[in-house]
Design a binder for this molecule. Structure first.
Ligand code: NDP
Length: 295
């Protein structure tokens, strides 16, 4: 039976990092400016610590300066905001990222709002989302994960215009901006969420499916129209006695089934994950270029 083309996010992300490297050197040689990314992490959630470490390594690999602040779990909102303000005022920092989730005693909205919009490389500021949703407006930054999904389609020569797309999930950081981006690319977009009664039937009509749900293996083979393109954003730990860590990561898509039906699919890990970080570097470079009027 047929099998889908595997969209290799790892190698596409590598290619993007190589391109960024070239640009970082060019900028440094021309005007002596090195892009800088500041990351703030509160507490010691294992997954967050891993993400932050991967972001730092990625910065190093392309020559972007990285600044890291690690605060204890019992820090106050004011502590976090203080560091954000300092980075806001620091001209060597072009991007500021607050690793989510924050501890439950903190108001996420208040903290994220403290990041200057010119340095909001995550693109989480409501003004960014607003611009993304309006015709003729350009957001300052496009959120990294959905931007990575679109980039995967572009770099795999998958056309979006005129296609039927279904996004499963409507979160502020993935599902909703992914749907807006697809619409901006002239797809006709439906959004499926936890209150959608006929998720399966709707998904089966799509030429392009982006799954960002957080439910392991939810999207089965029979949810997919033969030949559709499937982008799996999910990163879900499931118990696995055979793994040394005791768990392994799976997507929101039942890969073994869907790979037999789709024309192209992203694996987990090695699909969208590496792209998210590559887009963070891209946004940091964009920010530095903008701050210094460098093209
Ligand atoms: P959220 O929990 O914020 O959002 C999940 C969305 O899925 C919600 O809109 C929810 O609907 C919807 N949903 C939940 N259950 C169902 C269901 N049974 N049927 C249909 N829709 C459902 O998650 P995120 O968007 O933050 O993340 C989604 C997944 O992507 C997670 O696995 C996460 O780990 C991963 N992720 C991966 C990243 C990467 O770099 N690859 C980056 C960020 C996230 P409702 O709104 O109705 O509650």
């Amino acid at each position: 039976s047929a099998t889908a083309k595997i969209i290799d996010g790892k190698s596409i992300a590598k290619q993007i990092r190589d391109e960024i490297s070239v640009e970082v050197s060019r900028m440094k040689d021309a005007i002596g400016v090195v892009p800088g990314l500041a990351v703030i992490i509160v507490g010691d959630r294992k997954d967050s610590v891993t993400y932050v470490r991967n972001k730092r390594k990625a910065c190093e690999s392309v020559g972007i300066n990285s600044f890291e602040v690690r605060l204890p779990e019992d820090s106050t909102e004011q502590d976090v905001v203080k560091f954000i303000s300092d980075f806001n005022d620091d001209s060597s920092v072009h991007g500021i990222l607050v690793q989510l989730p924050l501890p439950s005693h903190m108001n996420e909205e208040k903290i994220l709002d403290a990041v200057r919009i010119e340095k909001d490389v995550d693109g989480f500021n409501p003004l960014n989302i607003g611009c993304l949703a309006m015709r003729g407006r350009e957001p300052m930054f496009v959120p990294c994960t959905p931007k990575g999904c679109i980039e995967l389609l572009h770099r795999s020569d998958i056309s979006i215009k005129g296609k039927k797309a279904v996004v499963i999930g409507r979160s502020n950081i993935v599902g909703m901006p992914a749907a807006l981006l697809l619409q901006n690319e002239n797809a006709t977009v439906s959004i499926v969420h936890s209150r959608t009664p006929n998720a399966e039937e709707l998904t089966r009509q799509a030429d392009i499916v982006i799954a960002a749900v957080g439910v392991p293996n939810m999207v089965k083979g029979n949810w997919i129209k033969p030949g559709a393109v499937v982008i799996d954003v999910g990163i879900n730990p499931v118990e696995d006695a055979k793994s040394s860590r005791g768990y392994r990561l799976v997507g929101d898509v039942c890969y073994e089934e869907v790979v037999k039906v789709a024309s192209a699919i992203t694996p987990v890990p090695g699909g969208v994950g590496p792209m998210t970080i590559a887009m963070l570097l891209t946004n940091t470079l964009i920010s530095a270029k903008r701050a210094h009027n460098f093209e």
